[in-house]
Structures are given as structure tokens and as C-alpha cells.
Ligand binder design. Structure first.
Ligand code: GDP
Length: 333
């Protein structure tokens, strides 16, 4: 999300008062009768200072994307990262400030027109004092918007047109190896709440259809019961994206996770996500087909057998995805 540079109250005031002074200088060199000069210059200063302040705030408001109009994934993402309510409150405060500065402008232009010439500068000073006080009142909100800007930098760029596959499974089962095998280009890495390694997104096309594969190290790779509320929400945000979940088992158990534990995580993910799951047994190059493994395979609906590092079986995954994309299940939006 792009948020323009957020100025501090002092920066807004400096700019407004500087521009106001220039506007006053312009009046001084124009053909205003001498008896009106003081009042006209102060009026120009008040108007310009208010206008520049309002323009600066309005520019910030116009250029900040409206959260309600964003895809649910981004709404959840922003909520987890910074809090949607706090963001709306800050933007609301900026709007309030624009309204108050408009009122100050009307009130003090009226006052300066009715004042005596020798009082005009005092009226203008009072107006500037009021503007400065309003800016001080929104300092916290401006600080917060600056914090939001930093937090939402490098947000994941999601292609909502593409058929989306989210990879799950314990650490070291071969998720990123598979992601690299399927996608021709290096996956893009973006920030994702509570995944220190970020979210990895890869793309590929097959028969003119676009696919997107997402790996979230640190999120769909451990028991869900261990997660805190915010992690759960970061995970649920993924549900808005996933057309299919690809759950990877490490058939060799060399990752250190017994198949029993891997099966439990599979069941948890199946329970939480309302999304079809393709189950895959990886690292088949390391295992002789044995009864122990067969037991797990028989519990699942036609799991795929692959070796991600050798690239074998990867085509089976793509075929299955094409089948999902072809009609069994359409894109989520
Ligand atoms: P992730 O943590 O699930 O993303 O797992 P990685 O993709 O980083 O893989 C963990 C380790 O398993 C790496 O050393 C990989 O080379 C290895 N690995 C991944 N897939 C296979 C496979 O099919 N066969 C074998 N023998 N090793 C694999």
C-alpha cells in the first residue's frame, strides 16, 4: 500500500506560514490603496496559510488508499499489522482538522475585514495560533500514519486473477524446494506478520492460465493450537487467497517430524481452512515403500508421491492443479 510521505505538524506549519508570507508580499507589490494595505495583506496571509494546510492534509487523505475498498486479504493484513480501526481513526482526525481549518479561515477573514488596520496583524496572529493548535492536536495521528507507512512497506503483491496455491507442512519437509521447482523465476519475498522469513510468492503459467504459489515459513508449519490470536488471524487472511492448499508430508521423516505429528497438523489445517487440500508425500527418493508409510498414505485421498529436489512428480501436482482450475473449483475473489 502506498502512503505518501507524512509531514510533521511543524513541517505543515512551516510550509503554510512561509507560503502565506509570500502571498502577503505579492499583495504589497500590487495596486492596493494604502489605507487597505494592512488588512488586505493579513487577509491574504490567513487565506493562504489555511489553504496550504488544508491542501497538505487533503493530499495525504486522497493518496492513502481506502481500506474498505481493498481485497479482504489486504484488509486482514492491514488489521493485523497496524489495526484498521486505528488507521480509520487517524484519517478521521485529519478530516476533522481540515474542517476546523476551514472554519478558522472563514472566521478570521471575516474578523480581519471588520478590524481596524492597526489590529489586522493581531487578528492574523490569532488565526495562526489557532491553526498551530489544531496541528498539535493531530500530532499523534500524523505520527501513527508515519508508523503505518513504515509497517506497510513491502506488503505482498498478490495477483488476484491467478489461481492460488498455498503451501503448508512442517519445516524442512521441502516446501521451498518445491516452490522453486515449480516456478521458473526466483520467488518474490514480502513482509508477512509473524513470519520472520516473510512470505514467498512464485508465479507460473500453464496453458495460458496464471498460477501463484505462496509459501509462508513460520505460519502453516506448526500446530495451530500453539498459535496466538494474531497469528491465527494472519493465517486466516491466507484463506481469502487460497484456491487450493498443498500439504507436504516428509515421507522420509528426515526433517525430524514423525509422520504421526505431520498427520495431526494436516488434520488441523483441514479443519481450519474451508479450502480443498492436495496432499503430497515428498522425499520419496529417500524411502523404500514400506508398510508404515502405506498406513498413512491409505488415510488420504490419493496423495501424490514426489521428490521435490529431484523434480520427480512435480508434473503430477501441476496436472492436479489444472484439474482444479479447469472447472472443479473456480477462483475465489
Ligand atoms: P522447507 O523448510 O519445507 O521449505 O524445506 P526445504 O525446501 O528448505 O527443504 C529442506 C531440506 O530437505 C533441504 O536440505 C532440501 O534439499 C531437502 N529436500 C527437499 N526435498 C527433497 C527431496 O525430495 N528429497 C531429498 N532427498 N531431499 C529433499
Amino acid at each position: 500500500m502506498f502512503i505518501p510521505t507524512v509531514p510533521t505538524p511543524d513541517e505543515i506549519l512551516d510550509k503554510s506560514f512561509r507560503r502565506a508570507k509570500k502571498a502577503a508580499d505579492k499583495v504589497r507589490t500590487s495596486k492596493v490603496p494604502r489605507y487597505q494595505m494592512a488588512k488586505k495583506t493579513e487577509e491574504a496571509r490567513i487565506k493562504t496559510a489555511c489553504q496550504v494546510t488544508k491542501d497538505t492534509l487533503n493530499n495525504l487523505l486522497d493518496k492513502t488508499p481506502q481500506v474498505e475498498q481493498m481485497h479482504m486479504f489486504y484488509q486482514d493484513y492491514i488489521d493485523v499489522m497496524v489495526g484498521v480501526d486505528d488507521l480509520k481513526k487517524s484519517l478521521g482526525a485529519l478530516n476533522w482538522a481540515v474542517g476546523i481549518v476551514s472554519k478558522i479561515e472563514n472566521e478570521y477573514v471575516f474578523k480581519v475585514r471588520r478590524s481596524k488596520s492597526e489590529n489586522a496583524a493581531n487578528v492574523r496572529r490569532a488565526a495562526f495560533g489557532r491553526i498551530a493548535s489544531v496541528m498539535r492536536q493531530i500530532k499523534e495521528e500524523l505520527d501513527f500514519l508515519d508508523f503505518v507507512k513504515g509497517k506497510l512497506r513491502n506488503m505482498p503483491t498478490i495477483d488476484f486473477e491467478a489461481f492460488t496455491l498455498v503451501i503448508a507442512g512442517f519445516p524442512n519437509v521441502g516446501k521451498s524446494t518445491l516452490l522453486r521447482q515449480i516456478t521458473p523465476a526466483e520467488p518474490k519475498v514480502a513482509n508477512y506478520p509473524f513470519t520472520t522469513h516473510g512470505i514467498q510468492i512464485g508465479h507460473f503459467e500453464k496453458r495460458w492460465k496464471k498460477y501463484q504459489i505462496i509459501d509462508t515459513p513460520g505460519l502453516l508449519d506448526r500446530p495451530i493450537r500453539d498459535m496466538n490470536n494474531i497469528e491465527l488471524r494472519a493465517m486466516v487472511a491466507l484463506e481469502h487467497l487460497a484456491d487450493v492448499i498443498l500439504y507436504i508430508f516428509d515421507a522420509s521423516e528426515t526433517s525430524g517430524y514423525p509422520l504421526d505429528a505431520q498427520m495431526r497438523l494436516y488434520e488441523e489445517i483441514k479443519h481450519v481452512f474451508d479450502t480443498p487440500i492436495i496432499s503430497v508425500f515428498n522425499k520419496m527418493d529417500l524411502v523404500e515403500n514400506n508398510k508404515y508409510l502405506d498406513e498413512y498414505i491409505s488415510k488420504l485421498n490419493e496423495p501424490l508421491m514426489i521428490s521435490a529436489s529431484e523434480g520427480s512428480g512435480v508434473d503430477l501436482i501441476i496436472e492436479e492443479l489444472e484439474e482444479f482450475n479447469g472447472g472443479k473449483k473456480g477462483n475465489k475473489d
